[in-house]
Design a protein around this ligand. Structure first.
Ligand code: DX5
Ligand code: ZN
Length: 215
């Protein structure tokens, strides 16, 4: 199980300290929530903050775009060469073309599904993506309550991936904590994103280890 702390819940006044601390505590990826105030009712960081994060950390970046004008945001983040760039299927009319564009730049392409969006949306897309990110909250804010409907979606997606013999990561984002991590793994998740659970804990290492199910 890989763990991606969401920097949305970090202390922005001590961002350097928090980034270094979660990396040392075992973060596999840094989850970067990019919000545009249109697709979701919130605003966060842009490429210049991310460039500065890359100066102090080698941990690969997992960029989650919660934006309306997807392709122009993709082009803003591609030069930073994150490990993954994921965009919402609800915001993009030409996802195959966009995934191919991302992958041509040597970056892994991900598609994100809101809680209400069915897995069947991925039926003809699964061969084009490296990752599917399933939202287990309505996107826009950290610290929301986990929606258990995601368990069924993970199992359904795992079935689709296995049937197609595709090599695709399943990531879950929203309300992830030490109580639901093992159920999420059992259902078939590969990467867990966690913001408030990690950053509100006293000890990042213990929190991250509890999500990796290492005790
Ligand atoms: C929500 C974001 C999440 C958020 C998760 O829109 O995509 O990545 O930071 O935060 P928690 O883990 O607190 O739900
Ligand atoms: Zn996210």
């Amino acid at each position: 199980m890989y763990v991606a702390p969401s920097l949305l819940s970090a202390n922005f006044l001590k961002l350097e300290e928090d980034v270094k601390a979660v990396c040392e505590a075992g973060a596999d990826l840094l989850h970067i929530d990019v919000m545009d105030g249109h697709f979701v009712p919130n605003l966060t960081f842009g490429p210049c903050v991310i460039k500065n994060i890359q100066k102090i950390s080698n941990t690969p970046l997992d960029v989650h775009l919660m934006v309306q004008n997807v392709s122009s945001f993709v082009d803003m983040f591609l030069p930073l060469k994150p490990k993954f760039i994921s965009f919402h299927i609800e915001a993009e009319n030409h996802p195959i073309r966009l995934c191919e564009h991302i992958k041509k730049q040597g970056v892994n392409a991900g598609i994100v599904l809101n809680p209400h969006t069915p897995i069947s949306m991925m039926k003809h897309l699964i061969d084009y993506v490296d990752l599917v990110l399933l939202m287990s909250v309505n996107p826009g804010f950290g610290g929301q309550e986990f929606l258990p409907l995601v368990y069924e979606k993970i199992s359904e997606l795992r079935e689709l991936i296995d049937k197609k013999n595709a090599k695709v990561f399943i990531e879950v984002d929203g309300g992830v904590n030490g109580l639901n991590a093992s159920n999420l793994e059992e259902a078939g998740a590969d990467i867990l994103v966690a913001g408030s659970y990690i950053f509100s804990s006293k000890d990042y290492k213990t929190a991250i280890s509890s999500l990796k199910l290492e005790f």
